[in-house]
Design a protein around this ligand. Structure first.
Ligand code: FES
Length: 602
């Protein structure tokens, strides 16, 4: 029997308090001598060929940190801390981590903080998306490899929450996402401002000559004035909403502003909930299901959330063998009204208004007839139980409309298919110009981001407001690695004429804070031979949002000729000169409809 492993925590059984229970191993766990509990700090012992020695060694090192035997006997709650001075959106995390620890300790657990990589939107080269999968791998392996019974994951900036949910889904241990929360708005002159819809608006005005250099520099210092993620319904807030609607956060916590006292209370409550979760053994695969993915999709659509949410949700679902099918996505979009008007949808409201208006709970209560209410959440309650308990909660109807009187009858996002995007693409119709939805235009093509940068503002560029701007070779397997470059700049000469929107098409992504009649995630991408790479300036392209179509109006013989010509040139997806993580990414990343996850992680 020496060294026999056994599982100590039973669902619903308390092992906290002063009584030593599972976790210290052998005689200290209450188990027969020589029997080691496979829980708490004794989880996943190193294999020296002598389990008792492994337990003894682990205890020796843990004791070196000053923990008492009582503390060492408690359920271990890992706290994945993504604080980094390279991540301004997470600068308040130390305070949140302390609150999580308080909650864990008060509930009888042992909080053990650990770092994982942290990914911020504006500090990663070539772009943050390239490192989401690395962060997911880091999270998965650290949660799996280290001796914890449950984990609280702190995320906020765009890629961090999806990366953590992907990692947790694969690691298979009980997990709670603690959202860092959005920034509060600031003021610039007579404008109320928040990153980063207003960043883009001011930059457009500057490019159009409406703001001077000193003015744009002054605005720059006013756009981001508190800790937290972007102040609008960008990707970070969308992913927070998705995490809550999947059931992976505590109820009502996704939209709390970063600097609000409620955020600290949510952190403490998440720590306590993680101890209960460790005891119940409720793992993410029982929370993230095909039904909860559909619930999250409906919330994404009702919010007019970020287009990036479609990619990230597909990646999270894919980790559990589930699919976010784009045809089904359109069915859900057609039957899910747009209920919230938070920038970039609408012109007035920010995340702090959305939280005060009722937050994700208010949206889900409106969507109740359309949701799968039997889905489980991290609290151990079903979604239906959660929503029933909130029925009398306040809702500000200026920000969140009732199901019977929505802002729009259909969801904010829609997938398009056609000869230019056989595997699909996405348009955010709620942040686009309806007058451009049914249109045939002449293509003005840029073959890469560098080509676009070099020519888009040239006075000689042959372009009118009726043209469609097309960017190629910016998808996941291109050298660019699918950046948020899809908010293609409107040529300066058109800006000067007062043009503020036109049809723009690419295989890259755009920030959730961006807006316009912009078609994204065209799949397959140009770099792997998708039809987008065959478009030439002067071609006609037909966009029909009502028919869900995007078609290249060029005959097959001409396309075959172009394809043969392209085959002779070096492929933009050629990763033979790459090494390390770059090579791993470029050779294994999947297309947007599969969430751009690594093919070996599904
Ligand atoms: Fe972090 Fe926008 S830059 S959420």
């Amino acid at each position: 029997m020496t060294g026999k492993r056994t599982s100590g925590h039973k669902p619903g059984k308390s092992s906290g308090g002063s009584k030593p229970a599972a976790g210290t191993g052998g005689e200290r766990s209450g188990l027969p001598a020589g029997q080691i509990a496979d829980t708490g700090l004794m989880r996943g012992l190193q294999n020296y060929g002598d389990p008792d020695f492994s337990a003894y060694m682990r205890r020796a090192f843990v004791r070196s940190m000053g923990y008492s035997l009582d503390e060492m006997s408690r359920p271990v709650i890992g706290i994945a801390n993504t604080y980094s001075r390279f991540n301004p959106c997470h600068r308040h995390f130390p305070e949140l981590v302390e609150a999580v620890k308080r909650g864990v300790s008060a509930a009888g657990g042992l909080p053990l903080e650990f770092p994982t990589i942290s990914v911020h939107e504006s500090t990663m080269q070539p772009n943050s998306m390239k490192f989401r999968n690395l962060m997911a791998l880091d999270t998965e392996e650290m949660v799996r490899a280290q001796p914890m019974d449950a984990v609280v994951m702190l995320g906020a900036c765009d890629k961090t929450v999806p990366a953590q949910l992907m990692g947790a889904a694969s690691a298979g241990k009980p997990a709670i996402e603690l959202i860092g929360g959005p920034q509060m708005t600031g003021r610039w002159r007579d404008h109320r401002v928040g990153a980063c819809t207003d960043c883009r608006k001011f930059w457009n005005e500057y490019r159009a000559g409406k703001l001077s250099r000193p003015e744009i520099e002054e605005a720059e210092g006013r756009l981001v004035t508190t800790a937290g993620s972007c102040a609008v319904m960008g990707t970070a807030s969308t992913m927070a909403a998705i995490a809550e609607s999947l059931g992976m956060t505590l109820p009502g916590t996704a939209a709390i502003p970063a600097v609000h006292a409620d955020r600290i209370r949510a952190a403490e409550a998440s720590g306590a909930a993680a101890v209960r979760l460790a005891r119940s053994g409720l793992t993410p695969d029982r929370i993230i299901t095909q039904k909860s993915v559909e619930n999250a999709t409906r919330v994404l659509l009702a919010l007019g959330g970020s287009t990036n949410g479609v990619i990230h949700l597909a990646a999270i679902a894919g980790r559990l063998g589930l699919k976010l099918d784009l045809e089904r996505f359109n069915e859900l979009s057609d039957t899910t009204p747009l209920l919230a008007a938070v920038k970039p949808v609408g012109t007035e409201f920010y995340m702090e208004d959305f939280y005060a208006a009722g937050g994700i709970g208010a949206i889900m209560r409106e969507l109740k007839p359309l949701l799968h209410l039997d889905c489980m959440t991290v609290t151990g309650e079903t979604l239906g139980e959660r929503l029933s308990a909130e029925e009398s909660a306040y809702v500000d109807r200026r920000v969140i409309r009732p199901l019977a009187d929505p802002f729009e009858p259909q969801g904010g996002l829609v997938a398009l298919f056609g000869s230019l995007a056989p595997a699909g693409c996405i348009i955010k119709r709620s942040a686009a110009t309806p007058a451009l939805f049914e249109k045939t235009g002449r293509a003005v093509v840029f073959s890469s981001i560098a080509d676009m940068g070099a020519r888009v503002d040239s006075p000689d560029l042959d372009v009118t407001a009726d043209d469609f701007i097309v960017l190629q070779n910016a998808g996941p397997r291109s050298e660019a690695g699918m950046p948020e470059a899809g908010f293609l700049p409107i040529p300066k000469k058109l800006l000067a004429q007062g043009v503020r929107d036109m049809v723009r098409i690419s295989d890259c992504r755009m920030s959730g804070t961006a807006y316009g009649t912009i078609v994204l995630h065209v799949a397959p991408e140009a770099a792997v031979g998708g039809p987008l790479g065959l478009v030439r300036s002067g071609d006609r392209i037909k966009l029909s949002v009502s028919e869900r179509r995007l078609d290249l109006l060029v005959d097959d013989a001409e396309l075959a000729r172009r394809r043969a010509e392209l085959a002779k040139a070096p492929s933009p997806a050629d990763a033979s000169g790459a090494r390390g993580y770059d090579k791993l990414f470029r050779t294994t990343v999947m297309q947007a409809p599969d969430g751009c996850d690594f093919d070996f992680c599904r």
